[in-house]
Design a protein around this ligand. Structure first.
Ligand SMILES: Cc1ncc(COP(=O)(O)O)c(C=O)c1O
Length: 342
């Protein structure tokens, strides 16, 4: 039983859900939501802050500032509160209400951008705001999760070795892609491992990360309106894109079995189940990463009116069907080769 005095000192690294009975496919879901920030972002946030402290960039007078769709903001709020730093989170109107309230409860200041920039979308508008704040006041320290190598290093040091310890015969790993920190840390680590692991990136339709056309994306966490600077596609074997309607269906399917996960988990699971169905090799050892849990999404992914308004009346019509029918109601999958490798 761990005893801690800092909220970032505890992270459940060894919890998996076996999804065979839910979806009829061999898939283990690594649960990253069991820590005081409630998401996988606690690891890169801790790594980035501690690296900045070691480099002498952070001083007691520093004010942390970061652009976040939510989870990195919560993780930095936890760390800033614990270490006594002030923190400004710049988010946009897609950030869940509960996530915003959570950051404020932890003492962070939250600025919500409501208008996308003409070329960079909401992310561009958020980054413009962060740059303006940093230019205005030299106490601001921007860790920049989109470009900071310590984002992926956290997953190289912690997430990937933890998976390899538990699954020494891993064949395929499914990783959702936002900043690409999780993807690149895991992909780099497994590239150096003693046996090959197929790395499959899972993204949202409407994200430009793997060359798709930009489009509406309502769920925070996955997808980017610019190509992620941390992404090196030569480490990625395959990239799949998932419609948000399928994300919602996968989340509700899991919830009907008592597992309430966040939106991006629905995306990763939906993409992974589809991939495993097409691959049809039951002996594969497959792991997918679930970045957070579902309580922050009660007013979006799990709210009937929100779902109907965005995705139509029928999106959940068949969600109680068994897994075989679940697969039939999915939209046609789209797959991309991110370049270099098949
Ligand atoms: C819920 C959720 N899922 C997935 C991701 C993507 O992780 P990464 O930024 O490491 O690509 C994030 C990142 O913010 C997230 O908040």
């Amino acid at each position: 039983m761990p005893v801690i005095s800092d909220p970032y000192s505890f992270n459940e690294e060894d919890l998996y859900v076996d999804l065979q009975s839910v979806f009829g496919q061999p898939l283990f879901l690594k649960c990253e939501g069991f820590n005081f920030a409630g998401s996988i972002k606690l690891k890169p946030a801790t790594e980035m802050v501690e690296a900045a402290e070691r480099a002498g960039v952070m001083t007691p007078a520093s004010v942390l500032v970061e652009s976040s769709s939510g989870n990195m903001g919560v993780a930095l709020s936890v760390i800033a509160a614990s270490k006594g730093y002030r923190f400004l989170c710049v988010t946009d109107s897609r950030c869940n209400l509960s996530t915003r309230l959570l950051m404020e409860a932890l003492g962070a200041r939250v600025h919500v951008v409501t208008e996308p920039s003409p070329h960079g979308g909401f992310l561009g508008a958020r980054l413009d705001y962060v740059r303006r704040e940093c230019a205005r006041d030299e106490r601001y320290v921007w860790l920049s999760q989109y470009t900071n190598a310590h984002n992926w290093i956290a997953h190289y040091r912690r997430t990937a070795p933890a998976i390899a310890r538990r699954f020494p015969h891993l064949d395929v790993l499914f990783v959702g892609t936002g900043t690409a920190g999780t993807l690149m840390g895991c992909a780099r680590w497994f590239r150096l491992w003693h046996r090959p692991v197929r790395i499959v990136a899972v993204d949202t339709v409407g994200s430009v990360t793997f060359g798709g056309a930009p489009g509406r994306r309502m769920l925070p966490g996955l997808g980017m309106s610019i190509r992620p600077p941390l992404l090196d596609a030569s480490y990625v074997d395959e990239a799949i894109e998932v419609e948000e309607a399928d994300t919602v269906r996968a989340c509700h399917c899991l919830a009907r079995h008592g597992f309430l996960f966040g939106g991006s988990t629905g995306t990763v699971v939906s993409g992974a189940i589809d991939w495993l169905t097409r691959c049809d090799t039951p002996s594969l050892t497959a792991v997918a990463i679930a970045p957070d849990l579902g309580e922050r999404y009660l007013d979006t992914v799990y709210q009937t009116n929100w779902i109907r308004d965005l995705y139509g009346d029928d999106v959940l019509a068949e969600d109680t069907l068994p897994h075989a029918d679940y697969r039939e109601i999915r939209s046609a999958p789209s797959a991309r080769s991110p370049g270099g490798r098949p």
